[in-house]
Write a protein that binds this ligand. Structure first.
Ligand code: SF4
Length: 473
């Protein structure tokens, strides 16, 4: 028997999730719960660093939050202030030394840093810093920020940070922790989400509101793009380190990455996904018997499609939620075992039906092809695939682990060719205009580069090469 890697739910991987809290009893335990809620944003490693105002306590590990942090570990993370991070590496290798938060000696104390996003000019900044004598401990782009801060001549830590952030290009939502404060910052375009919450009188910073809900904290507001927030026992202070520019929120946070129960960029993810499905029904109607989602990512768009079209929604494919990242392969050969162990069509629902199969996106196409095959095997009469976003044709340089451009099925194939490859009767993607119209905000406030190739933060040839080379496969 051999042990096989099983792919996660998708060919795209979210980058990271952040959580920090100041001045609260059980800070590490609340951080643990916050990270638990943010587990979908990174399953490779997790870490919590806490402080009692004098000493620093830290624990990091590879794997899932629930496996890394047990009662005996949480007890060692003392103090009323903590920050935590879940990671799927988009840059830097998959090793424990690259797990975050990243801890350094800074001025006369310690500084912990956690980062979500990707700095596109990281390699250039790193080379410049190395040429001036900086020695790096990790391969993470996050470490560059600390080196820039150490070199800044500004007097306070917030001013040093502001000075450093102005040199960065890319997507970054950041959380810092000192013995006395929590500091948060967001890139000028606000590509990745970051919000402020409160539990009683105590402030929290986190990536998504689902982390606040779990610990019964209230959402206060988002950290604004281009803003630095400093939280101390004196309260919260806000600073702008750059003039306001057009927001470029990652539209994929709505399509796939964020949890449906979160509100990000000012709107609920579930409702947005449903609206995407409704638009699909208007743009690409088809005569069929049932609307079936590809679980879990296609569920909300499928609900919208069904509601708009009047065609009944059926959960025709069941996902096994207890499958880990690895499994023991059966001794006997079972065709498409990796797909079946995770997703199983209900033949009694599918058999003899004209099925509208809804998914959130197609990346390589190979997983979708295998899933379609299982529906045919279950007796589907027709399969019409509907995708609630436009074709993905370009890589992401802002913190999402995309396959290389050649691996993206839509990079060189037409919709008809893709339909043929997948083995479906018809295939339709939501148009770019339709996707943006389903957003509640102004259409021009979103990054759509992976669909349109229109990169809002300039990425030159060398940066592209660096970013793609640094994506671990
Ligand atoms: S390129 Fe795509 S995945 Fe990356 S930030 Fe833009 S919309 Fe999001």
């Amino acid at each position: 028997m051999k042990e096989n890697k099983i792919s996660m739910n998708h060919d795209l991987r979210e980058k990271c999730g952040l959580f920090a809290i100041l001045g609260c009893q059980d800070a590490a335990r609340l951080t643990y719960l916050g990270l638990y809620a943010l587990q979908h944003r990174g399953q490779e490693s997790a870490g919590i660093i806490s402080t009692d105002g004098e000493q620093i306590f830290s624990h990091k590990g590879m794997g899932l939050v629930g496996h890394i942090f047990k009662e005996n570990i949480l007890k060692t993370l003392e103090g009323d202030t903590a920050c935590g991070h879940v990671r799927y590496s988009t840059t830097g290798r998959s090793h424990i030394e690259n797990a975050q938060p990243f801890l350094v000696n800074f001025l006369s104390g310690k500084l912990a840093v956690a980062h979500n996003g990707n700095i596109v000019n990281a390699q250039k900044l790193r080379k410049d810093l190395e040429s001036k004598g900086s020695i790096f401990q990790t391969t993470m782009d996050t470490e560059i920020i600390v080196h820039l801060m150490a070199r800044s001549r500004k007097p306070s830590i917030v001013e040093k940070l502001a000075d450093s952030l102005k040199k960065l290009r890319g997507a970054f939502s950041l959380v810092f922790m000192t013995e006395k404060s929590i500091i948060a910052a967001r890139d000028p375009h606000g590509v990745r989400p970051l919000c402020i919450g409160k539990i009683g009188e105590k402030y929290i910073i986190t990536s998504e509101t689902c982390a606040l809900d779990l610990i019964e904290a209230d959402y206060i507001r988002d950290v604004e793009p281009g803003e630095i927030i400093e939280i101390t026992d004196q309260g919260l202070k806000s600073f702008r380190y750059t003039p306001k520019i057009k927001h470029k929120y990652c539209v994929f946070e709505y399509i796939y990455f964020s949890r449906p129960d979160s509100n990000i960029f000012g709107e609920n993810v579930y409702l947005t996904r449903k609206r995407l499905g409704k638009r699909m029904a208007v743009e690409a109607p088809v005569d069929a018997d049932i609307v079936v989602p590809m679980p879990d990512s296609g569920i909300y768009a499928a609900l919208g499609y069904s509601e708009e079209s009047g065609i009944p929604f059926e959960v025709g494919v069941i996902r096994n939620h207890y499958v880990g990242r690895t499994f023991i392969h059966p001794a006997q050969s079972i065709r498409d075992f990796a797909v079946r162990v995770k997703l199983n069509p209900i033949a009694s629902v599918i058999k003899g039906k004209r099925v509208i199969l809804v998914d959130d996106s197609i990346v390589r196409g190979t997983t979708s092809k295998k899933r379609v095959k299982t529906l045919w095997k279950a007796g589907a009469k027709e399969i019409h695939m509907r995708i609630s976003c436009p074709p993905i044709r370009h890589p992401c340089y802002y913190g999402i682990d995309f396959p290389s451009p050649e691996e993206l099925i839509a990079s060189d194939k037409t919709e008809d060719e893709i339909a043929k490859f997948l083995g479906v009767d018809s295939l339709a993607y939501l148009s770019l205009k339709g996707m943006l119209n389903a957003m509640f905000q102004n259409n021009d406030q979103f990054c759509t580069a992976c669909f349109s190739g229109d990169y809002p933060i300039a990425v030159n040839k060398d940066m592209r090469k660096d970013c793609l080379e640094n994506i671990p496969r």
